[in-house]
Design a protein around this ligand. Structure first.
Ligand SMILES: Nc1ncnc2c1ncn2[C@@H]1O[C@H](COP(=O)(O)OP(=O)(O)OP(=O)(O)O)[C@@H](O)[C@H]1O
Ligand SMILES: [Mg+2]
Length: 331
């Protein structure tokens, strides 16, 4: 039954940051039991406020955490193989061909001393048996597909000669050319204008519809997540608090935090009043025990001081971590 195994399965992922508390060493939980799975041909959107642990999730999976942050527990299975604790050499090989990461900063992908063309042609040649001229033609087409104007001339430019937005499009083009099994994208389109962003989201969907590639797409922007994703997972204080099919999550949120996020965003034609969630997300060292959203939650009960259990959806497409979820929580 290997065909039904998810491509990526993250279970109880704990990532900690060592911290000194007086004379004591009390590690802080950056990620506190993150679990989700992702199948080929699917896109999972990961949303949440700043500091909720979205990037930490991506970097933990890729083995790219900045020390002293480290994966301290849980499991990350990719195509049936455990990535947690895999030697750096093996992780680097996976990042080179089966997993592509698109970062917020494109210079984490691009080499400053090589021309754009040299970098893309190298990627093409690593994946297809074609001559240099054909590789250059494919490189030019790849740039065109992510909305780079005048792609022929751009091939001869160095990264520093391009604007930040163009550099980002080049980095995305390179990731797509790898035809990876898994793409992990951390807010890559936030700085791009809406038309280009829409074009890139279409390219990503096109690739995923081929059925081989899976995408984990991190964004602040719920409308981007909605346009792109099959399912959306919402993070709060180092945990996934709700996951559901994209349309349902937005129309019938089960977790009070998801509902609060939606109410605080300008959405829909009615132009209804925006209601911000009262209070602020906790700092890493100030997260309350039990449900971390409790101090900001109108529905909080004394029982929320204990860890709420994860209630999975019947259809396996997510769940909610809340004792008093909205009407959809009991499905
Ligand atoms: N290597 C590190 N050193 C110090 N703090 C870290 C490190 N890694 C993560 N953190 C902390 O972990 C928490 C989660 O951070 P993370 O960057 O994952 O949030 P995020 O959801 O990606 O936020 P943003 O939307 O701002 O990108 C934050 O409190 C952050 O300060
Ligand atoms: Mg981040």
């Amino acid at each position: 039954m290997t065909a039904t195994l998810p491509l990526l399965e993250v279970r109880g992922l704990r990532t900690e940051l060592p911290a000194r508390h007086g004379a004591l060493n009390v590690p802080l939980n950056v990620l506190d039991g993150v679990s989700f799975s992702l199948g080929r041909g699917r896109i999972l959107g990961l949303v949440g406020e700043s500091g909720s642990g979205k990037s930490a999730t991506a970097f933990s999976i890729m083995g790219l955490l900045d020390p002293p942050a480290r994966v301290a527990g849980g499991s990350i299975r990719f195509a049936g193989r455990e990535l947690a604790g895999l030697p750096e050499r093996e992780l680097r090989r996976l990042r080179g061909n089966r997993i592509a990461m698109i970062f917020q900063d494109p210079m984490m992908t691009l080499n400053p001393v090589l021309t754009i063309g040299a970098q893309i042609v190298e990627t093409v040649l690593a994946h297809a048996r074609v001559g240099r001229a054909e590789a250059r033609r494919r490189a030019r087409d790849a740039l065109g597909r992510v909305g780079v104007p005048g792609p022929e001339e751009r091939l001869d430019a160095h990264p520093h000669e391009l604007s930040g937005g163009l550099r980002q499009r080049v980095a995305i083009a390179i990731a797509l050319l790898h035809e990876p099994d898994l793409i992990i994208a951390d807010e890559p389109t936030t700085a791009l204008d809406a038309t280009i962003q829409a074009q890139i989201l279409r390219e990503i969907r096109g690739l995923v519809e081929g059925g081989r590639t899976a995408v984990l797409w991190i964004t602040h922007d719920l409308s981007v997540a909605e346009q792109l994703s099959d399912e959306i997972a919402v993070m709060y204080a180092g945990r996934i608090v709700e996951q559901a099919p994209a349309g349902e999550l937005l129309s019938r949120p089960a977790h009070p935090y998801t509902a609060g996020l939606l109410a605080s965003l300008p959405r829909g034609p009615r132009g209804s009043r925006l209601t911000p969630i009262p209070g602020l997300p906790p700092t890493l060292s100030g997260r309350p025990a039990g449900c971390a959203f409790r101090p900001r939650c109108a529905a909080a009960a004394p029982a929320c001081a204990a860890d709420p259990p994860w209630r999975g959806r019947m259809d396996g497409r997510g769940g909610v971590r809340c004792l008093t979820p909205g009407p959809e929580g009991s499905r």
